[in-house]
Every structure is written in structure tokens, then in C-alpha cells.
Unconditional design. Structure first.
Length: 296
């Protein structure tokens, strides 16, 4: 059994859970879980000793629930916790597999838009137009979307996300350059190009976020951006792929394409996936707290 949860502390009140996760942590306490605080800001700047200062020795296995953590920093956190007799319920390799598109895409390729990617060690130096043209060539032209290994910039749709024609190398380079400029040091891993699919014939497509634990769905709800929606996705094609991914706690975001097919638009590690306000915390927390902690 996992009896404790690791939450980010509030930057202004370090002895309290970050207010964004306060209601969830309160529910976890009601369910009998211990709450342990992580200094998320310290972790991001590389100070793991400070990040885990409030983690007691011998804390045992921990589920993390909080802000996104870059895969490299997550590995640093796991190593630091191990030195204190604690362990994350999701090992670093499994976290990266679910968190970053190059890890999950090969498994979900049949049910998600076609994608290609390339590492980008320096966000200040986006790929040259010729290199981007070569990267995009397998997608065959047409509209596409730019993102990094984890996130897109939908809020900057016309300038740093949507590409009207992937075969237009100058236009593609302009969008990618703006995307990398805006992401800056927050850019995760590299550049991803995805074929564009129409998910709604009118207005914003309603997305469903499905939460999976050890290969089984534990909650189906709306995407946090549309908490009042009540989508009911068909999971028949997705369930076997989640099992094949072999990651403990996973979310899949699904949207219905214009032709009626449900498509996976994103996969994530459930520890860092936001919960819509209309989804009761206990729907996620109770299964996590009942789950075992198998070694991997």
C-alpha cells in the first residue's frame, strides 16, 4: 500500500500545499493519506537537497501529484529520495515514457495524428528551414501543429502552433522559430510536428481525459480546459495500447474527429496531469492509495 502523497509546497507559505492542489490534498488526508511537501521551484533549479528537505527519512513509496517536472529533474528527484529511504511509485524511465511524445507515440501511433520529431539541445537555435523541411517530409504536406515533447502553445495558435502547410518550408520555419522563442528554457526535449486533424465541425471540440492505473481506467471526465463537458469516449481501441505502454499511472486525452472516430491527442503521466474541477479528487486518490508498489 502507498500511504503518502508528495505535493508541491506553496512558494509563499512553504509549510502548506500549493493552493492549486489544496482541495485535493485535503481530500487525501480525509482518505487517511500522509501529505509530504516538495519544493518544486528548488527541484527545477537543480537543488534537490532543498527540494526534499521536508521529506522524512524512510517515507517509503510515494505518488507525486503536482506541477510538471522535466524528465531529467524527475530522475534527480528519484535519486535524492532513494538516499532518504523513499521511492516514487513511478520510476523515472516509466515517467519519461508516458510524459514525452517520443516515448508514447510508437505505441499509440494507430490512434493518434501522424507525428515526427527531432531533439533540440539549444532552444535559442531552432532547426534550419532545410532541416525542418526534411523532418516534415514524411507527413506529406498539408496543415500541421508544432509542439515540443510535452506541450504546445494553443494560446498562440496562429503564430506559434498551427502550420497551414507543412510543405511551406519558410512558413514552417517561421512558426517553429516563434514557438522556440516563446518556450525558451521551458522547451521540453525537442520539436514535434503533428499532422492536423479536424476534431470538430463547429466550435471547440470537447476532449475527454481518461485516467488509467496499472492498465485499467479509474476515471473518465472532461479535459481541465472544458470542465463542464460530459464526453463519453469509446475506449475499445485505447485500452490495449495503454496496457502495452506499461506505465503505472497514465492519462489519455481523446477528442472525436469530424468523421466520428475517437482519437488520442495527448498522453501523459497521471502524476502531473491536472484534474478538472468537476472530477471528485477521491476518484483518483482512493485507487492510488489502494494500489501496490511493485518494483520495476
Amino acid at each position: 500500500m502507498t500511504s503518502a502523497l508528495l505535493y508541491p509546497s506553496d512558494p509563499l507559505t512553504p509549510r502548506r500545499v500549493d493552493r492549486h492542489f489544496g482541495a485535493e490534498a485535503a481530500e487525501a488526508r480525509e482518505l487517511g493519506a500522509g501529505i509530504i511537501l516538495l519544493d518544486h521551484d528548488a527541484l527545477l533549479r537543480g537543488d534537490t537537497a532543498e527540494a526534499i528537505r521536508r521529506v522524512p527519512a524512510g517515507a517509503g513509496p510515494l505518488w507525486y501529484r503536482g506541477w510538471m517536472i522535466p524528465a531529467g529533474r524527475y530522475a534527480d528527484l528519484a535519486a535524492a529520495l532513494a538516499g532518504r529511504g523513499a521511492a516514487l511509485a513511478v520510476p523515472p524511465g516509466r515517467y519519461r515514457r508516458a510524459h514525452e511524445l517520443p516515448g508514447w507515440y510508437p505505441v499509440f501511433e494507430p490512434v493518434t495524428p501522424a507525428s515526427v520529431w527531432t531533439p533540440l539541445p539549444d532552444p535559442a537555435r531552432p532547426p534550419a528551414p532545410a532541416d525542418l523541411a526534411a523532418l516534415a517530409a514524411p507527413l506529406g504536406g498539408g496543415p500541421g501543429v508544432v509542439k515540443d515533447y510535452v506541450k504546445s502553445r494553443k494560446s498562440d495558435w496562429d503564430t506559434a502552433c498551427f502550420v497551414p502547410d507543412l510543405a511551406d518550408s519558410a512558413g514552417l520555419h517561421r512558426i517553429v522559430a516563434r514557438f522556440t522563442e516563446l518556450q525558451g528554457d521551458d522547451l521540453a526535449g525537442g520539436i514535434v510536428l503533428r499532422a492536423y486533424e479536424t476534431f470538430s465541425t463547429a466550435g471547440r471540440a470537447a476532449e475527454a481525459r481518461v485516467w488509467w492505473l496499472d492498465g485499467a481506467p479509474i476515471a473518465v471526465g472532461p479535459h481541465p480546459d472544458t470542465p463542464e463537458e460530459h464526453p463519453e469516449p469509446d475506449l475499445a481501441a485505447v485500452g490495449p495500447l495503454v496496457a502495452a505502454l506499461d506505465c503505472r499511472f497514465v492519462t489519455t486525452d481523446l477528442a472525436r474527429r469530424a468523421d466520428g472516430a475517437w482519437r488520442v491527442v495527448e498522453v501523459g503521466d497521471g502524476q502531473v496531469s491536472d484534474r478538472p474541477a468537476t472530477l471528485e479528487p477521491a476518484r483518483l486518490l482512493a485507487p492510488l492509495l489502494r494500489a501496490g508498489h511493485p518494483a520495476r
